[in-house]
Write a protein that binds this ligand. Sequence first.
Ligand SMILES: Cc1ncc(COP(=O)(O)O)c(C=O)c1O
Length: 239
Amino acid sequence: MKILANNLKRQYDLFAQEYEDKAIEVLRSGWYVLGQEVTEFEKEFAAYTGSKYCIGLASGLDALWIGLKAMGVHENDEVIVCANAYIACVMGITINGATPIFVEPDEYDNLDASKIEEKITPNTEAIMPVHLYGQSCDMTAIMDIAKKYNLQVIEDCAQAHGTLWQNKMCGTFGQVGCFSFYPTKGLGGFGDGGAIVTDDASIADFVRMYRNYGSKVRYQNEVVGANSRLEKCKQDYYV
Ligand SMILES: Cc1ncc(COP(=O)(O)O)c(C=O)c1O
């Protein structure tokens, strides 16, 4: 018997009527980028994760690189990441001119916390735990190390929507939690999508501005930002 790793058509069929009703409602609304639907989703997803803020973005990759930028990670900084993480984790770091420092995985294929300290240098700025296959990294050990060395933490939860570590949602331990809504993910959309969650108002403000061409007020652009609005995928700005 052939068992598909993903069967999106089967998942679609389970709730087809609901999806189609909603799609027609959105099409007839005349509003297709950001707007009320995205704002509502951001509120619900923030509440679901137990975060103060959620900002929708165009992809999980964008969540990683824009999240790191909002944390102030830049050239010459080092970010510790699992050696077997997805390419997007590495690109999130290198797009900002920073250097990924690889740590071998543990028996669960996640960042091995016992091997982090030997990789810390004066240039280390952040740790990026990537919660692979729906399983959490050891966030108690990782947060202890971050505290000890005064490092920031950005969690990649692209494969860990709703994953708990000791009853606390993954994505809420560090400064920023990054999510992907690519169709095959735990919470998949009809197309690309992503988000960050954070409790830090200044990070939330920066990401909200940055995703929209660096603009809070129409036609006033404070920084050279990106077009990374949820429901939109335009990926030529970081190459
Ligand atoms: C662990 C991990 N991080 C980041 C990403 C990037 O997400 P996206 O494809 O939405 O850019 C993915 C999935 O593709 C992933 O599995």
